[in-house]
Design a protein. Structure first.
Length: 284
């Protein structure tokens, strides 16, 4: 990846970099309720640093299909105390805030967040302005609609071409707000307005998204396409997650977003080592 500054760290080279997921929510699909308490979330973030995460992503609202929206006040109440506590302890990793709300992004950036992870790809121009003003990088994720209605909008002719096109539009929204392309990371949005076959095809053809010229982040962790293929329940999806992480990294993903940091880090590093193995023909 071309050098990208996130907080005090510069991310460069092929990675793979591991973003650890911490949901400070009562209802996230896989870790809901486990880190709803600020101290539990802080402890989890400290643990993730020990396990080799490169950054952590804090979320205060579940975006699982059909989830209910929460108010900005509630999201701030969940996320900001965790940021403040981590900052007070001199936490070493950059912290990303997983939000689509202007007020939440503003409060989180003030409390020390170094990256905005927007699952709606800057659909709200006011959020684009906040990101531009703060001068922080942003993850532009692909989805359609809202978590409440996104699955009914999972209709594609060529899913990879359409996702690429819509990510290009997100890049254009960022540029229009004054966010340079160099501060963006792109994400195909596994499971967001995607049926299982769409998520699988995006992973299979991920290499095609490299033509967009930006680092790719992929978040397959414990998602329902794994259950669809294997029948595994959410709590049993670590092996499937690791296979998807390896596939994503082999296809050129620079960053993966996961709940299980130590395990995913090992899988990602092996996939990267295979990707970089001498003599391998570039099929990517
Ligand atoms: N997936 C989720 C949330 N945020 N952000 C990016 N950039 N990419 C993703 O794939 C992604 C994301 C959903 O997973 P999770 O946070 O575990 O669940 P929930 O939305 O229920 O909190």
């Amino acid at each position: 990846m071309t050098p990208l500054r996130i907080g005090t760290r510069v991310f460069e080279g092929p990675g793979p970099f591991v973003m650890g997921v911490i949901n400070v929510t009562p209802d996230s699909f896989s870790d809901g309720g486990r880190y709803a308490d600020a101290q539990a979330a802080v402890d989890r973030a400290l643990r993730m640093a020990e396990e080799g995460a490169d950054l952590v992503d804090l979320g205060g609202e579940s975006t699982r299909p059909g989830s209910a929206a929460v108010s900005a006040e509630e999201e701030i109440r969940r996320v900001v105390p965790v940021l403040e506590r981590l900052r007070a302890r001199g936490y070493v990793l950059p912290i990303s805030v997983d939000t689509s709300k202007v007020e939440v992004a503003r409060a989180a950036l003030r409390a020390g967040a170094a990256l905005v992870n927007d699952v709606r790809g800057l659909a709200d121009p006011r959020l684009a302005e906040v990101v531009a003003e703060a001068g922080v990088p942003v993850v532009l994720m692909h989805m359609r609609g809202t978590p409440a209605d996104m699955q009914s909008r999972a209709v594609y002719g060529d899913v990879v071409a359409e996702v690429a096109d819509e990510l290009r539009q997100a890049l254009a929204r960022a540029a229009a707000a004054g966010i340079p392309a160099e501060r963006t990371i792109l994400d195909p949005g596994i499971g967001f307005a995607k049926r299982p076959e769409h998520s699988l095809e995006l992973l299979a053809r991920l290499g095609e998204l490299r033509a967009l010229g930006r680092p790719l982040l992929v978040g397959p962790s414990r998602k329902s396409f794994i259950g669809h293929v294997t029948g595994a329940s959410v709590g049993e999806r670590l092996p499937g997650t690791l296979a998807a992480v390896a596939a994503a990294v082999l296809a050129g993903a620079e960053m993966v977003r996961v709940h299980d940091v130590a395990e995913a880090r090992q899988a990602a590093r092996i996939a990267a080592a295979i990707r970089e193995a001498p003599g391998r023909r570039n099929s990517g």
